[in-house]
Ligand binder design. Structure first.
Ligand code: G3H
Ligand code: 13P
Ligand code: ZN
Length: 322
C-alpha cells in the first residue's frame, strides 16, 4: 500500500466508533516506534509533521522516513499530514512535496479570515488529491506559535460549524472542547487534587462536542492536545534528574468516549516526548559509562512503540481496523 489520504480511514472510524491516532514525527526512532506498533496491531495511523519538525529534520528526510515506514508496513494504511500549517505557502509546499493531508490552522484569525484562508488551501489541496483539516476555536497551550494562556482559550461555537464547513469545503474539523497542547494542560487553580495529590483536570465539554455533531452529521471531528501525560512517565522523568512538577493531561477514558462519537482523529505528541525522555534519563542514570546513541535510543524507540500500542488498544480502539 502507498501513502493514503484520511478519507477512507475517517469514514470507517466514524461508522466503527473508533478514532485514528495522529502522532507527531521528528526523527527515525519516532517513525519506527509508531509504525511498528500500528503494523503489529493492524491499525491505520497518521504520521504528522509540524513546522518545527520540518525545520528540525528537513522535509525530504521526513518524507523519506515515512516512505520507508510505508514500505516496511504494507498491510496498514498510513497518511502523512502537516500539523498546524499556518500559511498557504507552507500547505502548498507540503502538498507539492508528497503529503496526503494538510492542516490549515487559521483559528487565531477572525471567523471571516479563517474561512478565506482555509478555502484557498482547500481549493489547491483538492485539485492535487490532498485532504484538508481546519480548526475553529482556540486551545490553550502553544498553537500556530501563538501561546494561549490556560483560561484564555475559546471553546468552539457550535452555531458556527455548519457555515464554516459549507463555505470552506474542508474535509475534517478540529474543535476546542477543553483539550490543550503540551504537558501542562491546566493550571493547578483549574484542577482539583486526588488523594495522592495528583491534579485532576476539569472534564471535557461533551455538550459542545455533541452540539457540533448534531450540526455536522457524518462529518469527521479532530481533537488536538490529547496527550494524557501518564504520571508513571512524569515520575520517571523526575526520578532521574528531570523537573516537571504538576504536569497534567486529558484522562484516557474521556478520549475513549470521544473516539466512540464523531471524533475520528486524536492528536498525540507530548506523551511520546515524555516516554522517550523518561527512558533516556533512566538509561543515562543507570549506564553513566555508555556513550553510543544506539544504546540509549533503543529503549527510547521501544518506549514510543509501547506508548502507541497502549493508545491504539485503550484510547483509540483502532486495532484490527487496517
Ligand atoms: O501541536 C503541536 C505539536 O505537539 C507539535 O509541536 O511545533 O514543537 O513540533 P512542535
Ligand atoms: P499534545 O501536546 O497533547 O500531545 O497534543 C499534540 C497535538 O495536538 C499536535 O497537533
Ligand atoms: Zn495540535
Amino acid at each position: 500500500m502507498s501513502l493514503v489520504t484520511t478519507t477512507e480511514m475517517f469514514k470507517k472510524a466514524y461508522d466503527g466508533g473508533y478514532a485514528v491516532g495522529a502522532f507527531n514525527v521528528n526523527n527515525m526512532e519516532i517513525v519506527q516506534g509508531i509504525t511498528e506498533a500500528a503494523g503489529e496491531l493492524n491499525s491505520p495511523v497518521i504520521l504528522q509533521v509540524s513546522k518545527g519538525a520540518r525545520a528540525y529534520a528537513n522535509h525530504t528526510y521526513l518524507v523519506k522516513l515515512v516512505e520507508a515506514a510505508v514500505e516496511e508496513n504494507p498491510q496498514i494504511p498510513i497518511a502523512l499530514h502537516l500539523d498546524h500549517g499556518d500559511t498557504f505557502e507552507l500547505c502548498k509546499s507540503c502538498i507539492d512535496g508528497g503529503f496526503t493531508s494538510v492542516m490549515i490552522d487559521a483559528s487565531s484569525k477572525s471567523f471571516e479570515d479563517n474561512i478565506a484562508l482555509t478555502k484557498q488551501v482547500v481549493e489547491y489541496a483538492h485539485a492535487h488529491g490532498v485532504v484538508v483539516e481546519a480548526e475553529l476555536g482556540t486551545l490553550a497551550g502553544i498553537e500556530d506559535e501563538v501561546v494561549v494562556e490556560a483560561g484564555k482559550e475559546a471553546y468552539t461555537r457550535p452555531e458556527e460549524v455548519e457555515e464554516f464547513v459549507d463555505k470552506t469545503g474542508c474535509d475534517s474539523l478540529a474543535i476546542a472542547i477543553g483539550t490543550s497542547h503540551g504537558a501542562y494542560k491546566f493550571t493547578a487553580a483549574q484542577c482539583t487534587r486526588n488523594a495522592d495529590g495528583i491534579l485532576v483536570p476539569p472534564p471535557l465539554r461533551f455538550d459542545v462536542l455533541e452540539e457540533c455533531i448534531k450540526r455536522l452529521p457524518g462529518f469527521p471531528i479532530v481533537l488536538h492536545g490529547s496527550s494524557s501525560v501518564p504520571q508513571e512517565f512524569v515520575k520517571m522523568v523526575n526520578q532521574y534528574g528531570g523537573n516537571m512538577p504538576d504536569a497534567v493531561g486529558i484522562p484516557e477514558e474521556q478520549l475513549r468516549q470521544a473516539a466512540k462519537l464523531a471524533v475520528c482523529k486524536i492528536n498525540i505528541d507530548s506523551d511520546i516526548r515524555l516516554a522517550m525522555t523518561g527512558n533516556i534519563r533512566k538509561y543515562f542514570a543507570e549506564h553513566p559509562d555508555h556513550f553510543d546513541p544506539r544504546q540509549y535510543l533503543k529503549p527510547a524507540r521501544q518506549a514510543v512503540k509501547d506508548m502507541v500500542a497502549h493508545k491504539i488498544l485503550h484510547v483509540l480502539g483502532s486495532d484490527g481496523k487496517a
